[in-house]
Write a protein of this length. Structure first.
Length: 460
């Protein structure tokens, strides 16, 4: 890894810098060569430049023929075709489905009485989804198992015209769950940092969008860097880092009211917030003791518990689903790897041994899957460690050279991350089986630090 002049980088690692403009933070004063190399590697990982054109791109990476075939016929009625197109795109993005192209649909049924089972079987289809829209937005839809020649879903959804995309994503969720047995995660959201402009003219914003990148809205903006948005488990709050006071500080913002509160603004580094599964605590990286360590803050009392006590860099904590453990990045062994510790402190053990550089872990709810950034040479890609079949199996699921900040969907079927597109950063989703990778529309010239929301419970 070549050493960089810190001043040459326009980006800073979300957990590691107390001052973005000169990048001299307290890490540059740490007295080991390994720590300095770690910081420089991180800066290279997050280097970005000019903007990118906002357009969707879909890569069919491999194994597509083994995906489940489904025909999502354009629904009848006004806006019906739009709803079906959203459902089809959702299912395709998951990597689990291979929707039939609309051009191949000679027949266009909208109800059970119009379904010709032999016709769809001759097209190699296993499932068929039809529907119709009436009134302001009354959507009736039916899912058919073509092999068994039976209807397995027949439901109606209603809502105002503004809920069209919500209803479409919910239909995709229900189809996905019926066929796979796993809850769908299309009616969720992603948060990310968008940057427009360069240098002193840069403008930073935290955006929240649908999981497919559409309907992005600004929830925070600043002339100073914003970093590391993290969702509360109920999806109602975001924690993030802002440099508006000249030094890093952690804020928690209510998405409904827009009200926010600064919860950590200690001398030195305040970064990498992560909500506990019950929403009552926040893990973070602080250097208030002189070295970057993992802490847990009780949001009610503001009491701090120091989790790690090492001379290395400890950062980017993620919680286990039960709240009992924290996974974090540390270079205490000489190079950055993922470690686990008790959420009360102590019991620290190394988790990753495959590859010489692993950072920014995110863990699935069942604890069976972990995604992270894995580096080697000048290449940094999203890696998946899957323990669902016993011994961990490793795979690289992103093709980029400078990929960052992977975040699992709540059903662990997809990963959102930021990757290079030309000279800038773009928003990508890849299925955890590596079959499909899609570039999502995003509101910004440079995209950073995406985070996938938890499930949404309220229905429109």
């Amino acid at each position: 890894m070549p050493m960089l002049n810190c001043h040459s980088s326009s980006r800073c690692k979300r957990a590691n810098l107390s001052r973005v403009n000169d990048c001299d933070c307290r890490f540059m004063k740490l007295n080991t060569v390994l720590m300095k190399r770690f910081l420089m590697a991180v800066l290279l990982l997050f280097y970005t430049g000019l903007g990118w054109a906002q357009q969707a791109e879909v890569d069919l990476v491999g194994g597509r023929d083994s995906a489940t075939s489904i025909a999502v016929v354009p629904f009848g009625g006004d806006k019906g075709a739009e709803i079906a197109a959203i459902v089809s795109a959702d299912l395709a993005r998951s990597g689990r489905f291979r929707p039939l192209p609309e051009r191949d649909m000679v027949e266009r049924p909208t109800a059970a009485s119009e379904v010709n089972y032999p016709f769809w079987r001759t097209l190699g289809q296993e499932w068929l989804l039809v529907g119709r829209v009436s009134g302001d937005l009354i959507v009736q839809y039916e899912l058919f198992d073509l092999a068994k020649q039976e209807r397995v879903i027949g439901l109606v959804k209603t809502g105002p015209a503004t809920s069209l995309r919500d209803i479409a994503h919910q239909i995709a969720d229900e189809v996905y769950e019926k066929i796979t047995g796993t809850r769908g995660a299309f009616w969720t959201r992603v948060a990310y940092v968008a940057v427009n402009g360069l240098g002193k003219n840069a403008r930073y914003a935290i955006m929240v969008a649908d999981a497919d990148g559409h309907r992005a809205r600004t929830v925070a903006n600043s002339n100073f860097p914003l970093m590391s948005p993290a969702w509360s488990p109920d999806g109602k709050r975001l924690a993030y880092v802002s440099f508006e006071s000249g030094n890093s500080a952690i804020y928690v913002q209510d998405l409904g009211s827009g009200q926010r509160e600064r919860v950590a603004g200690f001398a030195g580094i305040n970064s990498a917030p992560a909500f506990s599964p019950d929403g009552r605590k926040l893990a973070m990286t602080l250097s208030k003791s002189g070295n970057p360590e993992i802490y847990v803050m009780d949001l009610g009392s503001r009491a701090l518990t120091q989790i790690t006590r090492q001379s290395g860099i400890d950062t980017s904590a993620s919680w286990s689903h039960d709240g009992a453990h924290l996974y974090f990045t540390s270079d205490r062994g000489g190079r950055p790897q993922i470690y686990r510790a008790s959420a009360h402190g102590g019991g620290e053990t190394r988790v990753t041994f495959q590859g010489g550089y692993n950072t920014d872990a995110d863990i699935s709810a069942d604890g069976q899957k972990m995604v992270m950034v894995q580096g080697g040479g000048n290449s940094y890609r999203v890696a998946l460690m899957d323990s669902s079949l016993g011994s961990p199996r490793w795979s690289l699921i992103s093709p980029g050279s400078l990929d960052e900040a992977p975040s699992l969907a709540p059903n662990a079927a997809m990963v959102v991350y930021a990757g290079r597109a030309g000279a800038g950063g773009a928003l990508y989703v890849v299925s955890t089986d590596g079959r499909v990778r899609e570039r999502l529309p995003a509101a910004g010239a440079d995209i950073r630090d995406p985070a996938w929301s938890p499930y949404r419970e309220a229905r429109p």
